[in-house]
Design a protein around this ligand. Structure first.
Ligand code: ZN
Length: 468
Protein backbone atom coordinates (compact mmCIF):
# COMPACT_ATOMS: atom_id res chain seq x y z
CA UNK A 1 0.00 0.00 0.00
CA UNK A 2 0.96 3.57 -0.46
CA UNK A 3 -0.01 5.75 2.44
CA UNK A 4 -1.78 9.05 2.09
CA UNK A 5 -2.56 9.39 -1.54
CA UNK A 6 -4.39 6.15 -2.01
CA UNK A 7 -5.95 6.66 1.37
CA UNK A 8 -8.13 9.35 -0.09
CA UNK A 9 -9.55 6.78 -2.46
CA UNK A 10 -10.59 4.40 0.22
CA UNK A 11 -13.84 3.99 2.07
CA UNK A 12 -14.37 3.99 5.80
CA UNK A 13 -13.26 0.46 6.54
CA UNK A 14 -9.90 1.05 4.97
CA UNK A 15 -6.23 0.62 5.53
CA UNK A 16 -5.59 4.23 4.73
CA UNK A 17 -3.13 5.07 7.43
CA UNK A 18 -1.14 1.91 7.50
CA UNK A 19 0.38 1.50 4.09
CA UNK A 20 3.50 -0.18 2.85
CA UNK A 21 5.70 2.54 4.30
CA UNK A 22 5.16 2.63 8.02
CA UNK A 23 5.71 5.40 10.51
CA UNK A 24 8.73 5.79 12.72
CA UNK A 25 9.18 5.25 16.42
CA UNK A 26 7.87 1.71 16.82
CA UNK A 27 9.72 -0.53 19.21
CA UNK A 28 12.38 -2.76 17.76
CA UNK A 29 11.05 -6.27 17.57
CA UNK A 30 12.07 -8.69 14.90
CA UNK A 31 15.70 -7.91 14.16
CA UNK A 32 17.16 -10.05 16.88
CA UNK A 33 18.05 -13.58 15.93
CA UNK A 34 17.39 -16.60 18.09
CA UNK A 35 20.20 -18.26 19.96
CA UNK A 36 22.77 -19.79 17.69
CA UNK A 37 21.97 -23.28 16.54
CA UNK A 38 24.54 -25.53 15.06
CA UNK A 39 23.00 -27.45 12.25
CA UNK A 40 23.19 -27.57 8.51
CA UNK A 41 19.57 -28.70 8.21
CA UNK A 42 16.60 -26.76 9.47
CA UNK A 43 12.91 -27.46 9.20
CA UNK A 44 11.75 -25.53 6.15
CA UNK A 45 8.07 -25.79 7.06
CA UNK A 46 7.69 -25.13 10.79
CA UNK A 47 4.19 -23.62 10.45
CA UNK A 48 2.64 -26.16 8.11
CA UNK A 49 -0.66 -25.73 6.36
CA UNK A 50 -3.59 -27.36 8.09
CA UNK A 51 -5.97 -26.34 5.30
CA UNK A 52 -8.75 -28.79 4.59
CA UNK A 53 -11.35 -28.03 1.94
CA UNK A 54 -14.85 -27.41 3.21
CA UNK A 55 -17.39 -30.05 2.26
CA UNK A 56 -18.76 -29.76 -1.24
CA UNK A 57 -21.30 -31.51 -3.40
CA UNK A 58 -20.92 -32.81 -6.93
CA UNK A 59 -22.04 -29.86 -9.02
CA UNK A 60 -22.82 -29.08 -12.63
CA UNK A 61 -23.20 -25.56 -13.99
CA UNK A 62 -24.88 -25.73 -17.37
CA UNK A 63 -25.96 -23.37 -20.10
CA UNK A 64 -23.23 -20.97 -19.06
CA UNK A 65 -20.51 -18.97 -20.82
CA UNK A 66 -17.16 -20.29 -19.67
CA UNK A 67 -13.83 -18.45 -19.54
CA UNK A 68 -11.42 -21.24 -18.70
CA UNK A 69 -8.74 -18.88 -17.39
CA UNK A 70 -6.15 -19.91 -19.97
CA UNK A 71 -7.79 -17.95 -22.78
CA UNK A 72 -10.41 -20.48 -23.83
CA UNK A 73 -14.12 -19.77 -24.13
CA UNK A 74 -17.14 -22.02 -24.42
CA UNK A 75 -20.61 -20.61 -24.95
CA UNK A 76 -23.61 -22.52 -23.59
CA UNK A 77 -21.19 -24.85 -21.84
CA UNK A 78 -21.07 -27.18 -18.87
CA UNK A 79 -18.65 -27.24 -15.94
CA UNK A 80 -18.59 -30.31 -13.72
CA UNK A 81 -16.80 -30.59 -10.42
CA UNK A 82 -16.76 -33.07 -7.57
CA UNK A 83 -14.51 -34.04 -4.67
CA UNK A 84 -12.94 -30.60 -4.80
CA UNK A 85 -11.68 -30.95 -8.36
CA UNK A 86 -12.78 -29.85 -11.79
CA UNK A 87 -13.95 -32.95 -13.63
CA UNK A 88 -14.91 -31.66 -17.04
CA UNK A 89 -15.41 -28.46 -18.97
CA UNK A 90 -17.26 -28.81 -22.23
CA UNK A 91 -20.06 -27.85 -24.55
CA UNK A 92 -23.78 -28.14 -24.03
CA UNK A 93 -23.75 -31.85 -24.87
CA UNK A 94 -21.51 -32.71 -21.92
CA UNK A 95 -23.26 -35.42 -19.93
CA UNK A 96 -24.21 -34.56 -16.36
CA UNK A 97 -23.96 -37.60 -14.11
CA UNK A 98 -26.88 -38.53 -11.87
CA UNK A 99 -26.89 -37.07 -8.38
CA UNK A 100 -25.19 -33.79 -9.25
CA UNK A 101 -26.54 -30.46 -8.07
CA UNK A 102 -27.41 -28.65 -11.28
CA UNK A 103 -27.07 -24.88 -11.48
CA UNK A 104 -28.68 -23.15 -14.43
CA UNK A 105 -26.11 -20.70 -15.80
CA UNK A 106 -28.23 -19.24 -18.61
CA UNK A 107 -27.12 -15.68 -19.29
CA UNK A 108 -24.33 -16.05 -16.76
CA UNK A 109 -20.57 -16.60 -16.85
CA UNK A 110 -18.24 -19.01 -15.10
CA UNK A 111 -14.57 -18.30 -14.51
CA UNK A 112 -11.79 -19.59 -12.33
CA UNK A 113 -11.65 -17.70 -9.03
CA UNK A 114 -9.66 -14.50 -9.03
CA UNK A 115 -6.17 -14.74 -7.52
CA UNK A 116 -4.85 -11.50 -6.08
CA UNK A 117 -1.06 -11.56 -6.11
CA UNK A 118 -0.72 -8.44 -3.98
CA UNK A 119 -2.71 -8.12 -0.78
CA UNK A 120 -2.16 -7.07 2.82
CA UNK A 121 -5.39 -8.52 4.16
CA UNK A 122 -4.83 -9.89 7.64
CA UNK A 123 -1.59 -7.92 8.06
CA UNK A 124 -3.40 -4.58 7.81
CA UNK A 125 -6.88 -5.74 8.75
CA UNK A 126 -10.01 -3.67 9.03
CA UNK A 127 -10.66 -1.61 11.02
CA UNK A 128 -7.44 0.19 10.05
CA UNK A 129 -6.34 1.25 13.49
CA UNK A 130 -2.78 1.56 14.75
CA UNK A 131 -3.10 -1.62 16.81
CA UNK A 132 -3.71 -3.47 13.54
CA UNK A 133 -0.61 -2.10 11.80
CA UNK A 134 1.26 -5.38 11.37
CA UNK A 135 2.54 -5.25 7.81
CA UNK A 136 5.83 -3.35 7.91
CA UNK A 137 8.68 -4.30 10.21
CA UNK A 138 10.17 -0.89 9.51
CA UNK A 139 13.04 -1.21 11.93
CA UNK A 140 15.73 -2.28 9.48
CA UNK A 141 16.02 -1.94 5.70
CA UNK A 142 16.40 -5.69 5.33
CA UNK A 143 14.12 -7.98 7.33
CA UNK A 144 13.98 -11.23 5.36
CA UNK A 145 13.56 -12.97 8.71
CA UNK A 146 9.97 -11.80 9.21
CA UNK A 147 7.07 -13.80 7.81
CA UNK A 148 3.82 -12.10 6.88
CA UNK A 149 1.83 -15.12 8.07
CA UNK A 150 2.86 -14.31 11.63
CA UNK A 151 0.88 -11.08 11.35
CA UNK A 152 -2.19 -12.41 9.54
CA UNK A 153 -5.40 -12.02 11.58
CA UNK A 154 -7.82 -14.55 10.14
CA UNK A 155 -10.76 -12.52 11.52
CA UNK A 156 -10.10 -9.64 9.11
CA UNK A 157 -13.53 -8.91 7.59
CA UNK A 158 -11.71 -8.03 4.38
CA UNK A 159 -11.32 -11.71 3.49
CA UNK A 160 -15.06 -12.31 3.25
CA UNK A 161 -15.58 -9.09 1.26
CA UNK A 162 -12.92 -10.17 -1.22
CA UNK A 163 -14.79 -13.47 -1.54
CA UNK A 164 -18.35 -12.20 -1.77
CA UNK A 165 -17.85 -9.00 -3.74
CA UNK A 166 -14.70 -9.92 -5.60
CA UNK A 167 -14.78 -13.63 -6.33
CA UNK A 168 -11.26 -13.94 -4.88
CA UNK A 169 -10.43 -17.54 -4.06
CA UNK A 170 -6.67 -17.29 -3.36
CA UNK A 171 -4.36 -14.42 -2.51
CA UNK A 172 -0.78 -13.58 -1.70
CA UNK A 173 -0.34 -11.66 1.55
CA UNK A 174 2.90 -9.72 1.49
CA UNK A 175 4.75 -7.60 4.01
CA UNK A 176 4.74 -3.92 3.11
CA UNK A 177 7.27 -1.99 1.10
CA UNK A 178 9.09 0.09 3.70
CA UNK A 179 12.05 -2.26 3.47
CA UNK A 180 14.36 -3.35 0.68
CA UNK A 181 13.70 -6.90 1.83
CA UNK A 182 10.42 -6.85 3.70
CA UNK A 183 10.04 -10.50 4.60
CA UNK A 184 8.29 -13.63 3.44
CA UNK A 185 4.90 -13.63 1.81
CA UNK A 186 2.30 -16.35 2.20
CA UNK A 187 -0.27 -17.73 -0.23
CA UNK A 188 -3.71 -18.28 1.29
CA UNK A 189 -6.95 -19.87 0.24
CA UNK A 190 -9.71 -17.37 0.95
CA UNK A 191 -11.65 -19.43 3.47
CA UNK A 192 -12.82 -18.75 7.02
CA UNK A 193 -10.45 -20.29 9.52
CA UNK A 194 -9.55 -19.97 13.18
CA UNK A 195 -5.86 -19.92 12.31
CA UNK A 196 -3.68 -18.72 9.48
CA UNK A 197 -2.35 -22.25 9.10
CA UNK A 198 -5.90 -23.26 8.22
CA UNK A 199 -5.80 -20.83 5.28
CA UNK A 200 -2.34 -21.62 3.95
CA UNK A 201 -2.41 -22.89 0.38
CA UNK A 202 -0.98 -26.39 0.75
CA UNK A 203 2.41 -26.74 -0.89
CA UNK A 204 2.61 -23.18 -2.21
CA UNK A 205 6.18 -21.91 -2.28
CA UNK A 206 7.11 -18.99 -0.08
CA UNK A 207 7.85 -15.59 -1.54
CA UNK A 208 10.20 -12.79 -0.52
CA UNK A 209 8.91 -9.24 -0.78
CA UNK A 210 11.48 -6.72 -2.00
CA UNK A 211 11.02 -3.03 -2.73
CA UNK A 212 12.81 -0.62 -5.06
CA UNK A 213 12.96 3.09 -5.05
CA UNK A 214 11.37 5.75 -2.93
CA UNK A 215 9.94 3.87 0.05
CA UNK A 216 13.12 2.32 1.51
CA UNK A 217 15.23 5.41 0.90
CA UNK A 218 12.60 7.66 2.43
CA UNK A 219 11.94 5.49 5.49
CA UNK A 220 15.62 4.88 6.33
CA UNK A 221 17.12 8.05 4.90
CA UNK A 222 14.59 9.87 7.06
CA UNK A 223 16.12 8.17 10.07
CA UNK A 224 19.59 9.31 9.05
CA UNK A 225 20.74 5.88 8.04
CA UNK A 226 21.34 3.91 4.88
CA UNK A 227 19.84 3.70 2.41
CA UNK A 228 19.00 7.30 1.64
CA UNK A 229 19.43 7.09 -2.14
CA UNK A 230 18.71 4.64 -4.92
CA UNK A 231 22.42 3.82 -5.12
CA UNK A 232 22.25 3.17 -1.39
CA UNK A 233 19.34 0.80 -1.99
CA UNK A 234 21.46 -1.26 -4.33
CA UNK A 235 24.53 -1.17 -2.09
CA UNK A 236 22.59 -2.52 0.89
CA UNK A 237 20.89 -5.15 -1.26
CA UNK A 238 24.15 -6.32 -2.83
CA UNK A 239 25.97 -6.55 0.49
CA UNK A 240 23.08 -8.60 1.87
CA UNK A 241 22.97 -10.94 -1.11
CA UNK A 242 26.72 -11.40 -0.84
CA UNK A 243 26.32 -12.46 2.77
CA UNK A 244 23.52 -14.81 1.81
CA UNK A 245 25.61 -16.40 -0.93
CA UNK A 246 28.37 -17.14 1.59
CA UNK A 247 25.82 -18.58 4.05
CA UNK A 248 24.30 -20.79 1.38
CA UNK A 249 27.74 -22.00 0.29
CA UNK A 250 28.47 -23.16 3.82
CA UNK A 251 25.10 -24.89 4.01
CA UNK A 252 25.64 -26.58 0.65
CA UNK A 253 29.02 -27.83 1.79
CA UNK A 254 27.36 -29.37 4.83
CA UNK A 255 29.26 -27.14 7.22
CA UNK A 256 27.78 -26.17 10.57
CA UNK A 257 26.38 -22.66 10.53
CA UNK A 258 24.84 -20.48 13.18
CA UNK A 259 21.19 -20.49 12.31
CA UNK A 260 20.27 -17.11 10.85
CA UNK A 261 16.60 -16.68 9.96
CA UNK A 262 17.29 -13.82 7.57
CA UNK A 263 19.97 -15.73 5.69
CA UNK A 264 17.79 -18.82 5.64
CA UNK A 265 15.15 -16.96 3.65
CA UNK A 266 17.71 -15.51 1.24
CA UNK A 267 19.44 -18.87 0.81
CA UNK A 268 16.00 -20.24 -0.09
CA UNK A 269 15.72 -17.60 -2.79
CA UNK A 270 19.18 -18.43 -4.15
CA UNK A 271 18.19 -22.11 -4.19
CA UNK A 272 15.11 -21.28 -6.26
CA UNK A 273 12.71 -22.40 -3.54
CA UNK A 274 11.43 -18.95 -2.55
CA UNK A 275 10.01 -16.62 -5.20
CA UNK A 276 10.87 -12.92 -5.47
CA UNK A 277 8.01 -10.42 -5.48
CA UNK A 278 9.63 -7.07 -6.14
CA UNK A 279 7.72 -3.81 -5.67
CA UNK A 280 9.24 -1.60 -8.38
CA UNK A 281 7.76 1.27 -10.37
CA UNK A 282 10.35 2.55 -12.84
CA UNK A 283 11.55 0.69 -15.91
CA UNK A 284 15.20 1.65 -15.40
CA UNK A 285 15.16 0.31 -11.85
CA UNK A 286 13.55 -2.94 -12.92
CA UNK A 287 16.34 -3.38 -15.48
CA UNK A 288 18.94 -2.83 -12.75
CA UNK A 289 17.19 -5.33 -10.47
CA UNK A 290 17.31 -7.89 -13.27
CA UNK A 291 21.07 -7.42 -13.51
CA UNK A 292 21.39 -7.68 -9.72
CA UNK A 293 19.43 -10.93 -9.76
CA UNK A 294 21.90 -12.31 -12.31
CA UNK A 295 24.87 -11.05 -10.32
CA UNK A 296 23.79 -13.16 -7.35
CA UNK A 297 22.00 -15.99 -9.11
CA UNK A 298 18.32 -15.59 -8.32
CA UNK A 299 15.23 -14.92 -10.40
CA UNK A 300 12.51 -12.33 -10.05
CA UNK A 301 9.07 -13.91 -10.32
CA UNK A 302 7.08 -10.69 -10.53
CA UNK A 303 7.53 -6.94 -10.47
CA UNK A 304 4.66 -5.45 -8.47
CA UNK A 305 3.05 -2.09 -9.27
CA UNK A 306 5.32 -1.91 -12.30
CA UNK A 307 3.76 1.25 -13.70
CA UNK A 308 6.50 1.54 -16.34
CA UNK A 309 6.56 -2.10 -17.45
CA UNK A 310 5.22 -1.04 -20.84
CA UNK A 311 8.59 0.62 -21.52
CA UNK A 312 10.52 -2.62 -21.13
CA UNK A 313 7.89 -5.20 -22.01
CA UNK A 314 10.33 -6.82 -24.45
CA UNK A 315 12.93 -7.26 -21.71
CA UNK A 316 10.34 -8.64 -19.29
CA UNK A 317 9.12 -11.09 -21.94
CA UNK A 318 12.67 -12.22 -22.64
CA UNK A 319 13.41 -12.71 -18.95
CA UNK A 320 10.10 -14.45 -18.22
CA UNK A 321 9.16 -12.00 -15.48
CA UNK A 322 5.54 -11.14 -14.71
CA UNK A 323 4.25 -7.62 -14.07
CA UNK A 324 1.48 -7.15 -11.50
CA UNK A 325 -0.21 -3.85 -12.32
CA UNK A 326 -3.13 -1.57 -11.58
CA UNK A 327 -5.40 -0.40 -14.36
CA UNK A 328 -5.08 3.31 -13.69
CA UNK A 329 -3.49 4.04 -10.32
CA UNK A 330 -0.46 6.13 -11.12
CA UNK A 331 0.81 9.68 -10.87
CA UNK A 332 0.60 9.72 -7.05
CA UNK A 333 4.35 10.09 -6.51
CA UNK A 334 7.43 10.69 -8.64
CA UNK A 335 8.28 7.05 -9.28
CA UNK A 336 4.64 6.42 -10.22
CA UNK A 337 4.56 9.41 -12.54
CA UNK A 338 4.94 7.90 -15.96
CA UNK A 339 2.43 5.15 -16.50
CA UNK A 340 -0.32 4.90 -19.10
CA UNK A 341 -3.76 3.36 -18.89
CA UNK A 342 -2.63 0.93 -21.59
CA UNK A 343 0.16 -0.52 -19.41
CA UNK A 344 -1.49 -3.92 -18.86
CA UNK A 345 -2.47 -4.58 -22.50
CA UNK A 346 0.89 -3.29 -23.77
CA UNK A 347 2.74 -5.74 -21.52
CA UNK A 348 0.40 -8.53 -22.60
CA UNK A 349 0.75 -7.62 -26.27
CA UNK A 350 4.55 -7.85 -26.04
CA UNK A 351 4.22 -11.49 -25.02
CA UNK A 352 5.05 -10.81 -21.39
CA UNK A 353 3.06 -12.04 -18.39
CA UNK A 354 0.47 -9.46 -17.30
CA UNK A 355 -1.38 -9.57 -13.99
CA UNK A 356 -3.91 -7.18 -12.46
CA UNK A 357 -3.40 -6.82 -8.70
CA UNK A 358 -5.00 -4.79 -5.95
CA UNK A 359 -2.65 -3.85 -3.06
CA UNK A 360 -5.83 -2.64 -1.43
CA UNK A 361 -8.69 -3.94 0.72
CA UNK A 362 -11.28 -2.21 -1.45
CA UNK A 363 -9.85 -2.80 -4.89
CA UNK A 364 -9.53 -6.53 -4.20
CA UNK A 365 -13.35 -6.51 -4.27
CA UNK A 366 -13.42 -5.25 -7.86
CA UNK A 367 -10.45 -6.69 -9.70
CA UNK A 368 -12.74 -7.77 -12.53
CA UNK A 369 -13.62 -4.14 -13.10
CA UNK A 370 -9.97 -3.09 -12.92
CA UNK A 371 -9.10 -5.63 -15.60
CA UNK A 372 -12.05 -4.35 -17.64
CA UNK A 373 -10.64 -0.82 -17.55
CA UNK A 374 -7.26 -2.02 -18.79
CA UNK A 375 -8.92 -4.13 -21.46
CA UNK A 376 -10.90 -1.16 -22.71
CA UNK A 377 -7.83 1.09 -22.75
CA UNK A 378 -6.02 -1.49 -24.87
CA UNK A 379 -8.87 -1.79 -27.33
CA UNK A 380 -8.98 1.98 -27.74
CA UNK A 381 -5.40 1.87 -29.01
CA UNK A 382 -6.00 -1.15 -31.22
CA UNK A 383 -4.85 -3.98 -28.96
CA UNK A 384 -7.81 -6.29 -29.35
CA UNK A 385 -7.57 -8.73 -26.49
CA UNK A 386 -10.67 -10.90 -26.10
CA UNK A 387 -12.54 -11.07 -22.81
CA UNK A 388 -11.58 -14.69 -22.28
CA UNK A 389 -7.89 -14.00 -22.87
CA UNK A 390 -7.99 -11.01 -20.53
CA UNK A 391 -9.15 -13.32 -17.74
CA UNK A 392 -5.63 -14.81 -17.75
CA UNK A 393 -4.57 -11.54 -16.03
CA UNK A 394 -6.73 -12.45 -13.04
CA UNK A 395 -6.26 -16.17 -12.59
CA UNK A 396 -3.83 -18.21 -14.69
CA UNK A 397 -1.00 -15.66 -14.77
CA UNK A 398 -1.02 -14.90 -11.04
CA UNK A 399 -1.26 -18.63 -10.30
CA UNK A 400 1.83 -19.28 -12.42
CA UNK A 401 3.70 -16.40 -10.80
CA UNK A 402 2.91 -17.86 -7.37
CA UNK A 403 4.09 -21.34 -8.32
CA UNK A 404 0.59 -22.83 -8.02
CA UNK A 405 -0.38 -22.73 -11.69
CA UNK A 406 -0.49 -26.50 -11.97
CA UNK A 407 -3.17 -26.67 -9.26
CA UNK A 408 -5.45 -23.68 -9.64
CA UNK A 409 -6.00 -20.62 -11.84
CA UNK A 410 -7.86 -22.30 -14.68
CA UNK A 411 -10.80 -24.60 -15.26
CA UNK A 412 -9.05 -27.76 -16.37
CA UNK A 413 -9.86 -31.30 -15.32
CA UNK A 414 -7.98 -32.27 -12.18
CA UNK A 415 -7.40 -28.74 -10.93
CA UNK A 416 -8.87 -27.33 -7.73
CA UNK A 417 -12.51 -26.40 -8.25
CA UNK A 418 -12.01 -22.72 -7.43
CA UNK A 419 -14.92 -21.38 -9.43
CA UNK A 420 -17.02 -18.21 -9.67
CA UNK A 421 -20.47 -17.95 -11.23
CA UNK A 422 -21.05 -14.33 -12.28
CA UNK A 423 -24.54 -13.00 -12.92
CA UNK A 424 -23.42 -11.49 -16.23
CA UNK A 425 -20.26 -10.72 -18.16
CA UNK A 426 -17.67 -10.25 -15.40
CA UNK A 427 -16.15 -7.28 -17.24
CA UNK A 428 -19.37 -5.33 -16.82
CA UNK A 429 -19.56 -2.86 -13.94
CA UNK A 430 -23.06 -4.21 -13.24
CA UNK A 431 -21.98 -7.82 -12.76
CA UNK A 432 -21.47 -9.46 -9.39
CA UNK A 433 -20.43 -12.87 -8.13
CA UNK A 434 -23.49 -15.04 -7.66
CA UNK A 435 -21.80 -18.12 -6.27
CA UNK A 436 -18.19 -18.82 -5.31
CA UNK A 437 -16.80 -22.32 -4.77
CA UNK A 438 -13.39 -23.05 -3.27
CA UNK A 439 -12.13 -26.60 -3.74
CA UNK A 440 -15.63 -27.44 -4.84
CA UNK A 441 -17.29 -26.16 -1.64
CA UNK A 442 -19.90 -23.43 -1.98
CA UNK A 443 -18.44 -20.61 0.13
CA UNK A 444 -20.67 -17.75 -1.05
CA UNK A 445 -24.14 -17.64 -2.51
CA UNK A 446 -25.73 -14.28 -3.20
CA UNK A 447 -29.13 -15.95 -2.99
CA UNK A 448 -28.53 -17.50 0.43
CA UNK A 449 -27.71 -15.21 3.38
CA UNK A 450 -26.37 -18.22 5.27
CA UNK A 451 -23.60 -18.61 2.70
CA UNK A 452 -21.81 -15.41 3.68
CA UNK A 453 -18.86 -15.82 6.00
CA UNK A 454 -19.02 -13.62 9.08
CA UNK A 455 -15.91 -13.38 11.23
CA UNK A 456 -16.10 -13.57 15.02
CA UNK A 457 -14.99 -9.95 15.12
CA UNK A 458 -18.06 -8.85 13.19
CA UNK A 459 -20.68 -10.73 15.16
CA UNK A 460 -23.25 -8.38 16.60
CA UNK A 461 -21.74 -5.31 14.97
CA UNK A 462 -23.43 -2.99 12.48
CA UNK A 463 -22.72 -4.24 8.98
CA UNK A 464 -22.23 -7.82 10.11
CA UNK A 465 -21.58 -9.88 6.98
CA UNK A 466 -22.45 -6.90 4.87
CA UNK A 467 -22.26 -7.40 1.13
CA UNK A 468 -22.27 -4.43 -1.20
ZN1 ZN B 1 1.60 -3.41 -0.98
Amino acid sequence: MIPGIKGSLLAAVSLALVGCAASDGKPQTASAQPAAEKSAKFNKDPYPSTYRPYAGRPTAVRGVTIFDGEGGRIDNGVVLFADGKVEAVGGGDTAIPAGYDVVDGSGKFVTPGIIDIHSHLGDYPSPGVEAHSDGNEATSPTTPEVWSEHSVWPQDPGFSRALANGGVTSLLVLPGSANLMGGRSVTLKNVPSRTVQGMKFPGAPYGLKMACGENPKRVYGGKGRAPSTRMGNFAVNRATWQKAAAYKKKMDEGKAVDRDLAMETLAGVLAGEILIHNHCYRADEMALVIDMSKEFGYKVSTFHHAVESYKIADLLAKEGICSAMWADWWGFKMEAYDSVNENVPLVHNAGACAIVHSDDANQIQRLNQEAAKALKAGRRMGINVSDEVAWTWLSHNPAKALGIGDRTGSLKAGKMADVVLWNGNPFSAYTRPEKVWIDGALMFDAMDPKRRPVSDFELGQPGEGDVK
